[in-house]
Design a protein around this ligand. Structure first.
Ligand SMILES: [Cu+2]
Length: 275
């Protein structure tokens, strides 16, 4: 009996060993070689009103101000994906030419702005991380280190002079009580080299959980559908009131620091498509 048990264990072991090692090899090969694509959808709205239509959708802030947008644009960079095992894949980290994007509501198709990422290692991802704005590390590469993206930003009205740098978030439109009839422009962004200029750094990193894993394979291009709730602008953690003192502000002054901190909380992953 004992010998029989020993023999059967032995047999099971020698049968399973090659199988196990085969599996391991396959996994490693797939992780090293296979990659696929990933799509990120940004849908800008007011959570109680739905998608934002420029010059049309009018919201009332928590302080009672009506407001609508004629321009709504922001920069997304340094996207990274964290998989089930905790491995982080950084997509063209601090390389704006390849890894920075401008989400412009004017480009929305049926309310959605699409970012397409390629050469993503095959894996099951459970978190996405991205930057709002352009990091100092990227900016300090200099203008020649990001000529392509700088020109793109220029064409989109998302740049100041090189010395000042990028516009991170551009919000323009009308506001007022009882009706939205006064123009505003709030453009956030760093004033060049923030430590040399002793100005605030408005670059923010945001980490979002995915409700289900995004399963990147050679054949499946998952799509991570993010909702951005623009109620956070004036009705976020800090309630803001537009006035003659701040309705034409550009840069990184205190009002725009508040705007930035509010907007940092506006993103959430609503759902993931794996098809
Ligand atoms: Cu969707």
């Amino acid at each position: 009996m004992k010998i029989y048990k020993f023999l059967s264990l032995f047999l099971i072991t020698i049968t399973l060993l090659p199988l196990l090692s085969c599996r391991n090899n396959d996994d490693e090969d797939l992780q090293n070689v296979s990659s696929g694509n990933l799509q990120i959808k940004f849908e800008n709205g007011f959570n109680n009103l739905g998608d934002i239509v420029l010059n049309q959708t009018t919201q009332t802030s928590s302080n009672g101000q009506k407001h609508q947008f004629s321009a709504l644009k922001y920069m997304i960079s340094n996207i990274s994906l964290i998989d089930e095992k905790g491995n982080e894949f950084k997509y063209n980290d601090n390389n704006p030419d390849k890894g920075a994007f401008i989400v412009d509501q004017a480009d929305a198709v049926a309310g959605i702005v699409y970012l397409n990422l390629n050469e993503i290692p095959k894996s099951n991802y459970k978190k996405i991380k991205f930057g709002l704005g352009i990091s100092q590390n990227a900016y300090l590469l200099g203008q020649n280190g990001q000529a392509e993206f700088w020109n793109k930003a220029k064409a989109k009205g998302m740049s100041w002079s090189w010395a000042a740098g990028y516009v991170f978030v551009k919000l323009e439109g009308k506001y007022g009580t009882p009706s939205a009839d006064t123009e505003f422009m709030n453009h956030t962004g760093n004033m060049g080299n923030v430590s040399a200029n002793n100005t605030p750094d408005l670059y923010r990193e945001i980490t979002l959980d995915l409700p289900i894993t995004a399963r990147v394979t050679e054949t499946i291009t998952p799509s991570i559908h993010i909702l951005a709730d623009l109620n956070q602008y004036l009705s976020g953690d800090t309630s803001l009131t537009l006035s003659a003192a701040n309705d034409m502000m550009m840069g990184s002054g205190p009002h725009l620091v508040n705007v930035t901190n509010n907007l940092t909380k506006m993103f959430k992953v609503d759902h993931v498509h794996n098809d």
